[in-house]
Ligand binder design. Sequence first.
Ligand SMILES: [Zn+2]
Length: 197
Amino acid sequence: MLRCALSLLFLPFFLFAEKKEVTVVMQFSEGFSPQALQEMQAEADRIVQKAGVRLAFRHRHEASQDSFSELIFFKMTGRCEMDAFPALLDERGPLAFTFTTDGRILPFGEVKCDRLRESIKTVMSGGDYSQGNQLLGRAMGRVLAHELYHIIARTKGHGKGGVAKESLSAHQLIADKLDLADHDCAFIRSGSGKKFL
Ligand SMILES: [Zn+2]
């Protein structure tokens, strides 16, 4: 019994910690693949759960009549769907970003699907296209999780590795696995007790 009690003492504290529920409201400006959307939600939720956060997703039209205590709004611009065209080499720019005002991080972000799609195409090979929307959704989920890190931890800074790294390569966006580093999870936990606005 004592041994059992002692081993419980050494369990990581976060196993007992309550998860913070956050609602992400999405607004798509152009078309999206339902498969990519499903994968994005699953991937972003998987990543932030490690930091004690659970995500619920709503389309903007679904969320208009409800009220939520912790709400983050994301505009999904461009076409969030894979296609079979060769990669368009656009000028470099952010794949996603978070809005700020007076140096303060706001709970509003944007994911640029066109840039994201063209970026991952540069590292996709023939066989990858059969699961193209799944890979695009995974990439969308990872950049979304990166922006959620900024918003929930209230920082413009970046981690040394993992999802919170300053820039994620196209390879990292579609690799089998990419997580938040332990240090960045702790950072999110330290910020997650406060309201966003
Ligand atoms: Zn960043």
